[in-house]
Design a protein around this ligand. Structure first.
Ligand code: MN
Length: 254
């Protein structure tokens, strides 16, 4: 009986999550807001933080992906427009070329293996760029809107409405035609990568979710459900659906 329980406890899918580098004294530290780990843990998965690797990146990613069941692309700094062949506009925020390169390769290899992928905020943008799409480097100057997409209120607070396309993965998960979300971004998806479609938009047409147009689970949301789910339980559904897909992937023969 004890053995069976042990077996059950190690059946949970491992969700790899991207991090960012910060400086502490003379050291570089791999960092990620705990909200992400809590969202994975509390919704049935095992979180695993990935450092940004520069040396032997390909070997690192290939070995890593043999051992994980889902990949979450987390939020963070702007994606460098160099990655989609544009020069920076004045309003571009800080970028990390190392992080971009690492995450783009990670995305391509995870996609190839059909590992379930969830992108959050910058994560949606990385997915779109890695798959061949482009971004608004700064929505306020490049796609003027009077909506607040970079809220000053706390993370769990709802700011704007997001309209969800019927028949999308997102609709099937949240079971709502619209939801109120938080919003902490000044960039957004512009040209959508081939094979993807926009499954949710804000009232001002800013892209708030993209997904891959087949059964393969690749979904990006522009808001931060990991900062909302403890107060607004409906957003747990997003993590549960992703972790369920990761569990199916884990149990598939490969
Ligand atoms: Mn928004």
């Amino acid at each position: 009986m004890e053995k069976a329980n042990k077996g059950e406890n190690i059946m949970k899918p491992i969700i790899a999550m991207t991090t960012y580098n910060s400086k502490r004294d003379e050291n570089t530290v791999s960092s990620l807001n705990m909200n992400y780990s809590n969202a994975i843990l509390k919704n049935g998965g095992i979180p695993l933080l990935l450092p940004i690797v520069e040396n032997c990146m390909e070997e690192y990613i290939d070995n890593l992906l043999c051992n994980v069941d889902g990949v979450l692309f987390s939020g963070g700094a702007d994606v460098s427009p160099i990655e989609y062949n544009e020069e920076p506009v004045r309003e571009l925020g800080s970028c990390s070329i190392e992080r971009d390169k690492f995450e783009i390769l990670l995305y391509k290899k995870a996609f190839e293996r059909k590992i379930p992928i969830l992108g959050i905020c910058r994560g949606l943008q990385v997915i779109n760029v890695a798959a061949g799409g482009t971004l608004y480097q700064d929505i306020y100057t490049q796609k003027p809107t009077n909506k607040q997409h970079n809220q000053k209120q706390p993370w769990p607070d709802k700011t704007h409405k997001v309209n969800i396309c019927a028949d999308s993965k997102l609709y099937n998960i949240l079971e709502e035609e619209s939801v109120m979300t938080n919003s902490f971004h000044h960039q957004a998806a512009k040209d959508i990568a081939d094979g993807f479609y926009v499954s949710a938009k804000a009232e001002d047409d800013i892209v708030e979710a993209i997904e891959y147009s087949s059964d393969q689970f690749v979904l990006g949301v522009q808001w931060h459900p990991e900062g909302m789910f403890e107060k607004h339980h409906e957003f747990s559904k997003l993590f549960k659906a992703f972790i369920k897909e990761s569990e199916l992937y884990k149990n598939k023969e490969r």
